[in-house]
Write a protein that binds this ligand. Sequence first.
Ligand SMILES: NC(=O)c1ccc[n+]([C@@H]2O[C@H](COP(=O)([O-])OP(=O)(O)OC[C@H]3O[C@@H](n4cnc5c(N)ncnc54)[C@H](OP(=O)(O)O)[C@@H]3O)[C@@H](O)[C@H]2O)c1
Length: 234
Amino acid sequence: MSKVILVTGGQANQGLGYEFVKQLAEHGHTVYLGARDIDKGNDAVSKIGLDNVHALKIEVTNGDSVNESVQSFKTKESHLDMLINNAGIAGRKNNGCDVGEMQDIFNTNVFGVARVTNAYLDLLKKSEKPTIWNIGSMIGAIGLITNVNAPAREWLPYSASKTAMHVYTIMLSQQHPDIKINVVNPGYCGTNLNEFAGTMKPCESVKSIVDELILSDNTETGKFYTFTGEEISW
Ligand SMILES: NC(=O)c1ccc[n+]([C@@H]2O[C@H](COP(=O)([O-])OP(=O)(O)OC[C@H]3O[C@@H](n4cnc5c(N)ncnc54)[C@H](OP(=O)(O)O)[C@@H]3O)[C@@H](O)[C@H]2O)c1
């Protein structure tokens, strides 16, 4: 059955969000490509070239922008089946713990996710099978980062933001048992976020996530999954 899906951070036409939009639209779903720069969003939509993809202006750090996106969305749709909270920033590598930069990272990766989720909750509750996928990270996994040799220490604020988002996801899933809410780790993908140092192509990671998780009925709620569909420890 065709779903109505919103993906935040879809405008970077090399990134994971763009790939989620493209691949889910190719499966026939109606997909809203969230973009903080609507011109770039429209360019990404044109590049995908499918009638079932629409650009939606949304800056996740700004409550007014998020609320305006909901009003705009409501002129076209009566419900939302799936929200993919993908928009994220990493900050600078080895930036220690600059509080200003840390606040910016948390404002996007944690509060941005909560802001968008809160704003779309009523629309999600109108879906027969509402689902939220939050894009997390292995370097937000406590079991990994307690190893002092783990790469996470080079990305302290980012890593801490993903851990916070993971905990938020667990608790949100407990508060809303009627919505399936999970985190997926996409693996280390070459994107703008890591200056293309990642070893996997975003299209490969997203294909696996789409096939093994997003379009699968086998997932539970309040869980952390690898991009290949295995449940992993928080
Ligand atoms: N790449 C990896 O190896 C990796 C690994 C684990 C997790 N992740 C997660 O995967 C997600 C996607 O990252 P990516 O690697 O695809 O990075 P990316 O290519 O930099 O894409 C991130 C997207 O988020 C958008 N964005 C950033 N801040 C935003 C805001 N305040 N409001 C709206 N949109 C915003 C960016 O917009 P602009 O184009 O305007 O910058 C961009 O479109 C992130 O949550 C990231 O933490 C990535």
